[in-house]
Design a protein around this ligand. Sequence first.
Ligand SMILES: [Zn+2]
Length: 260
Amino acid sequence: MFFKRIDSTFNGKFSELFKSHYVSHGFSTRQGGFSSAPFDTLNLGSGTEDKTMSVSQNRKRFFQAVEITESQCVFPIQVHGDCVRTVTIPGTYPDTDAVITNQSGLVLTIQIADCVPVYLIDPVQMAVGLVHAGWRGSCAGIVEKTICQMNQDFGSVPSDIQVFIGPSIGPCCYEVGEDVASQFENQYLSGTWLDLWQYTEDQAQQAGVHRKKIYRANLCTRCHSSWFFSHRGSQGKTGRMMAFLGVRANENPVSTDQIK
Ligand SMILES: [Zn+2]
């Protein structure tokens, strides 16, 4: 994985996973924006206490840098639930933590500040999914549910799907209380430290994804506080990064041979 600097913002590019040009994708960092502390500086989150004007300037700058337009985007209003929506048009979708589409030109987005962004790509059916997976959604099986819905709605075969686990709070920094710990099997806990990365990976595998097609950024949002906003690292008062993923317009499906 590498980060490519574009016009003083950063567009996360995941070289292992996205070798083809048929998806547009990225992950913002906190650098290169207009917001003041504690939202400094590239806060792309709606629903924070940051100035609306700053968020809007930040979004404009980010979208320009990554060459997408806000009018192409799908914006879920995330509630830490397990609702997966199949979308065909841009707009705002309430009570939604995962979105899937096979509509080219549409760009899925989610907001992140510790929770796990999970990118799902089916290069055969030209379908994509983007999941906001915190501990609640993960416990409710949101990653598996999203893969199942891609199968039902687009005919995606799970073994064709590639999974990327983006920057989020790592097992190094995710200490949880007994109430949360009790929801997970011991293998995901080291004392009171929870490994949501491994849990996400296992969920994807249980849904039929091949282990070799699962990639991790292995970047902890709390450890890298100059790059990323961290909800835990700032006692809940901070900005949001944005993950985005879409099928580019005018691209053709690839055969399974090409993606091996
Ligand atoms: Zn960490």
